[in-house]
Write a protein that binds this ligand. Structure first.
Ligand SMILES: Nc1ncnc2c1ncn2[C@@H]1O[C@H](COP(=O)(O)OP(=O)(O)OP(=O)(O)O)[C@@H](O)[C@H]1O
Ligand SMILES: [Mg+2]
Length: 227
């Protein structure tokens, strides 16, 4: 499902220096697996998720997901991949402030061309699964951080993506809400329909996930591919 070979990505800082985020990074993850990625701040975890989500491109190396060569795909192919194949829960949610929770959660379907009524129905279903059935009409600034995070998870799952990427999805949640988010992921995992990659700083969360991958400074930690 996921195949990275010798991927490097560096950012140019405003000072002009280059910050190496990933260096010669290779990775294979089979379809239907659920993997936790851990590692210290700044080691390249979010950079990796951005590459897998076709939000960024490598400077060197190849990134293949679900049969799409993302490093060489056209912008149209990448847009289509983002809309159809992948669901992303960002480290900082990125819900649209002017849309209600229900509109936010339904948006991926609307963008994919699903009719408004069907999109809202499916969006409502996901909000219920996330325990937010009462909050669909509220704007993002009218709900709590934990509710926002669960809405972001609902939005990432609404179009049944084959790949679910989550960056610290439980980072700001109390243990009850974290358990709720994990239960949603486990349900998707059990359905066998999606490959799931979760970046987390929490050892407790990582312990609940079957596959584990430890990163360190732009690559795999020594012995990090403990699958
Ligand atoms: N836009 C950017 N410009 C310059 N450097 C960047 C940029 N984005 C990331 N970096 C650098 O690339 C490296 C990897 O960043 P990344 O965001 O992937 O880390 P991370 O493992 O997700 O960290 P965290 O756990 O803190 O979220 C870091 O050294 C970071 O400072
Ligand atoms: Mg990060």
């Amino acid at each position: 499902m996921i195949r990275l070979r010798q991927v490097s990505r560096a950012y140019r800082e405003s000072s002009g220096a280059r910050a190496r985020a990933l260096e010669g990074f290779s990775l294979d993850l089979a379809a239907g697996t659920m993997t936790a990625i851990t590692g210290p701040s700044g080691c390249g975890k979010s950079t990796l998720l951005h590459l897998l989500g076709a939000l960024d491109q490598p400077d060197e190396g190849t990134v293949e997901v679900a049969g799409v060569a993302l490093h060489s795909a056209s912008e149209a192919q990448r847009t289509r991949y983002r809309r159809e194949t992948v669901g992303i829960v960002f480290q900082f949610f990125h819900l649209l402030p002017g849309l209600t929770l229900l509109e936010n959660v339904s948006l991926p379907l609307v963008l994919a061309g699903v009719g408004r009524g069907a999109a809202r129905a499916r969006g409502g279903e996901l909000l219920s699964l996330a325990g937010l059935e009462e909050k669909g009409g509220r704007l993002p600034h009218e709900v709590s951080g934990g509710e926002l995070q669960r809405a972001a998870v609902a939005r990432a799952l609404v179009h049944r993506p084959r790949l679910l990427l989550a960056d610290e999805p439980t980072g700001n949640l109390d243990s009850a809400n974290a358990a709720r988010v994990m239960a949603l992921f486990q349900e998707v995992h059990r359905s066998g329909l999606a490959t799931i990659v979760v970046v987390t700083h929490s050892a407790e969360i990582a312990a609940q996930i079957p596959g584990r991958l430890a990163m360190a400074d732009g690559g795999l930690a020594p012995g990090g591919a403990a699958h």
